[in-house]
Write a protein that binds this ligand. Structure first.
Ligand SMILES: NC(=O)c1ccc[n+]([C@@H]2O[C@H](COP(=O)([O-])OP(=O)(O)OC[C@H]3O[C@@H](n4cnc5c(N)ncnc54)[C@H](O)[C@@H]3O)[C@@H](O)[C@H]2O)c1
Length: 444
């Protein structure tokens, strides 16, 4: 069965009831200006180049938002995006290169954080302290300690925070959760998750070079260690370096592992994590992160497995990435565009143990995720992906990276005390060392 956008939006709205997921109110009528100025949410954006700007555009596609400020440390990015907003969205935001200055602007209601991961913690806390609601991109943060600070801060300042794990608003995953909870596949025994993407192998080596004109590199690095400028560690490809990101493991891992947690409504860090990691593709790449990882997260009554082979464009069930929810009556295989139920066969009754089903043509879910955020800003309800949910997924990604970096195949995490019980080397990577003058944010 194929579904079109209208059907998807209608079904998503229906599906939202009782599942704690986004209510979809499509607005294709921004230009019609149906919302009074008093009911509009004034948005600002920090980090404009790629995904942050996409999320801002998704906000502006609803007629009850404005963009009043944007901030980037690369002036060419800032100016290009300002032109785009003027020409295509009739928005004339104030432009900033320092987010702290931007946060002094009184008319900002909410901020999108679209910067590299190493900035999320500081910027989220500054935004909350300035009284703003926040849409912060995933992974919640680049270290476990920062995740904890951010979760505590969102509670303390009592603001609406949506984490950009948009699969929480995706029809394919929402329907998969309904099937699992409705007993369609019986007891859920295992969740197999995989993500094989070419970019995960890292970048072809480049020499360091002078900082490009118009880039405030010191403010791009922020709390990260000082080092010469290199394009492989800059726009987009920073993902492969521990100072700023966690490789494919955290980039896609948080999205997909989140689905394995959601299946049983787990909002916790893992206890035991078994990790294999190596670089098994081409050797000649500039990266810290690993291209090949197999991780096992045993839980009380089921197990989650993460498997990645970056650079390979094939995967189980003929999918580059996906999630297989394996139950005693059947398996549901889901990605962002489809889900399929594969029944088990009952030999005694000569029938399927559950009904087969296959739905394709599903769209990505950034827009309903954004809609949910705007609705929550107005209602003051908790959005579908609050910091606790982002924290759980991020810690599931950070622990295997830590394990691989310190050469431990098993790590045991004591979440209450925020430490590993079996590796002091691993404990050294729980909290980042910030470069002065930046300090880990304090709450209160
Ligand atoms: N939810 C999703 O599906 C999804 C998809 C892609 C990226 N992301 C997330 O979005 C974030 C950004 O990723 P990207 O691919 O857009 O990165 P990017 O490198 O393309 O863009 C980041 C932008 O932030 C700017 N920046 C850096 N430091 C800044 C600072 N201190 N103040 C203001 N601007 C600053 C950079 O100049 C750049 O323009 C990451 O956390 C990433 O994981 C999420």
């Amino acid at each position: 069965m194929k579904i079109n956008r209208r059907t998807f939006l209608r079904r998503s709205a229906i599906a939202s009831a009782g599942l704690g997921i986004a209510t979809v109110i499509p607005s294709e009528a921004r230009a019609a200006g149906k919302t009074s100025p008093a009911d509009k949410v004034n948005m600002a954006l920090i980090g404009c180049r790629n995904h942050g700007f996409k999320i801002l555009r998704d906000h502006l596609n609803f007629d009850d938002t404005n963009c009043v400020a944007i901030c980037d440390v690369d002036s060419s990015v800032l100016n290009e995006k300002a032109n785009d907003l003027r020409n295509n969205y009739r928005q004339n935001p104030r432009l900033y290169s320092d987010f702290r200055k931007m946060l002094e602007q009184k008319d900002i209601d909410a901020v999108i954080i679209g910067t590299p991961d190493h900035w999320h913690c500081i910027q989220l806390v500054y935004c909350l302290q300035a009284g703003k609601d926040v849409y912060v991109e995933k992974p919640l943060a680049n270290t476990i300690a920062e995740c904890n600070i951010m979760t505590d801060a969102a509670k303390y300042y009592n603001k609406v925070v949506q984490v950009g794990q948009n699969q929480r608003s995706n029809y394919a995953f929402i329907e998969s959760m309904k099937l699992i909870r409705g007993g369609s596949i019986g007891k859920l025994r295992k969740v197999n998750i995989w993500g094989n993407f070419n970019y995960g192998i890292g970048s072809i080596p480049r020499e360091d070079e002078p900082v490009p004109d118009g880039v405030n590199y010191d403010m791009w690095l922020g709390p990260a260690p000082e080092r010469p400028f290199n394009r492989n560690r800059f726009h987009g490809s920073w993902r492969h370096f521990w100072d700023y990101g966690g490789g494919l493991m955290s980039d896609w891992g948080v999205h997909l592992i989140d689905m394995g947690l959601w299946a049983k409504e787990v909002v916790e860090a893992p206890g035991y994590v078994m990790t294999y990691a190596d670089n098994t593709s081409v050797a000649d790449r500039q990266r810290d992160s690993f291209d090949t990882m197999t991780v096992v997260y045993p839980r009380e009554d089921y197990v989650i497995n993460w498997d990645m082979t970056a650079g390979v464009q094939q995967g189980p069930w003929e999918k580059l990435y996906g999630v297989a929810f394996i139950g005693e009556k059947g398996t549901i295989v889901t990605d962002r565009h489809s889900y399929q139920v594969y029944p088990e066969w009952d030999n005694s009754t000569k029938s399927n143990k559950t009904d087969p089903k296959h739905v394709t043509g599903i769209r990505e879910a950034h827009s309903p995720h954004v809609r949910n955020f705007i609705d929550c800003i107005k209602s003051r309800e908790t959005p579908v992906c609050p910091p606790e949910t982002g924290r759980a997924a991020a810690i599931h990604a950070h622990i295997p990276n830590i394990a691989a970096r310190v050469g431990e195949s098993l790590l045991i995490w004591d979440d209450a005390n925020s430490r590993f019980t079996n590796s002091e080397k691993a404990n050294e990577l729980v909290t980042p060392t910030y470069r002065a003058p930046w300090k880990l944010p304090k709450i209160g």
